[in-house]
Design a protein around this ligand. Structure first.
Ligand code: GDP
Ligand code: MG
Length: 309
């Protein structure tokens, strides 16, 4: 690789802690061994689990590797990286391509996830991204539960310079969403990003609230929301898996945003989470800045993880 694009540099630096941990663990597992044998596979399984790849996905990878090992007489440990890489690319690509077909002019994107996952920040970053593509963007502050939440989104709307729809504090989030979709339609907006609340202590209510938002949005545009993006804090490892499952059960999640991959060694979640949920990862967050949201590309991600750079 002769040069790096800006996003691949961001990816490299964002993933550095994950990469370091991953490389060290792999090195330690193969230390003093020459062939890929049953003992090494056992060590490897542990490496995958510790690296937050997730139980189900680790099992899938191990099954595949086992097949390769029993088929081929001798596999040198130097081939292990390539074996793993190939399995992971296959897993990630299986869910990476399903893009929603949207025939409406307005694309409504509902952003969900627990408190602190990075929803509002991701909405701001997405607004910036769409705007730079020349799209007309609008934000809706449907997290009306905390006073600070609306103010935080307002800051982003000013920073990115896109309009914000907000109602009084404590308003019904569904009313905000409804008002916003009507206005977005009237003003010929291309992308409406709806920020939502994520208090986890009352899970049933939260899920009902999200369902209600979806229902009222559909009164204006039957196919909306065109995307439901679930935001997960990548630094929480196994917790992110559990949250993802809860949300996926309650709402039709169409894509994932994994945030805070910078400064965590738990970037292995990326490998298992979309496989387990059968939902593609759309974006990854690698910092707090407006540009720190990257389109997820499985090969690029794994190249950074396994590469020499
Ligand atoms: P919300 O409660 O889901 O809306 O979460 P926020 O958007 O308010 O984010 C919570 C905190 O995480 C804030 O301090 C953000 O700046 C921070 N944050 C969000 N995304 C990222 C990311 O990709 N990297 C880092 N380092 N911080 C992030
Ligand atoms: Mg928020």
């Amino acid at each position: 690789m002769g040069f790096f694009t800006k996003s691949s540099e961001q990816l490299q630096s964002g993933l550095s802690a994950t990469k370091r941990a991953w490389t060290q663990r792999l090195k330690k597992a193969v230390l003093g061994r020459s062939s890929v044998d049953a003992d090494l596979l056992e060590e490897l399984e542990e490496v995958l689990l510790i690296s937050d790849v997730g139980v189900a996905t680790t099992q899938k990878i191990m099954d595949q590797l086992q097949k390769r090992v029993s088929k081929e007489k001798y596999l040198n440990v130097s081939e292990l990286d390539k074996l793993l890489y190939d399995e992971m690319v296959a897993l990630l690509s299986a869910t990476a391509s399903s893009q929603n077909v949207n025939t409406d002019n307005l694309q409504v994107v509902l952003v969900v996830g627990v408190n602190g996952a990075g929803k509002t920040t991701s909405v701001g970053k997405l607004a910036h991204r769409y705007k730079s593509e020349g799209k007309r963007v609008m934000l809706a502050a449907a997290d009306t539960f905390r006073a600070g939440a609306v103010a935080q989104l307002r800051l982003w709307s000013e920073r990115v310079d896109v309009p914000l729809v907000e109602l009084n504090e404590g308003s019904d989030p569904a009313s905000v969403a409804y008002t916003a979709v009507e206005r977005a339609k009237k003003e010929q907006v291309d992308v409406l990003l709806i920020d939502t609340a994520g208090r986890l202590h009352n899970n049933a209510n939260l899920m009902q609230e999200l369902a209600k938002i979806q229902r009222v949005v559909q009164k204006v545009i039957p196919n909306a929301p065109h995307e439901v993006l679930l935001v997960l804090d990548g630094g929480t490892g196994q917790n992110a898996f559990m949250q993802a499952k809860q949300f996926a059960e309650a709402t039709a999640v169409s894509g994932l945003i994994l945030t805070k991959l910078d400064g965590t060694a738990k970037g292995g979640v990326v490998i298992g989470i979309s496989d387990e949920l059968e939902v593609p990862i759309r974006y990854i967050g690698v910092g707090e800045g407006v540009e720190d949201l990257l389109t997820f590309d499985a090969k690029e991600y794994l190249d950074s993880l396994f590469g020499d750079a």
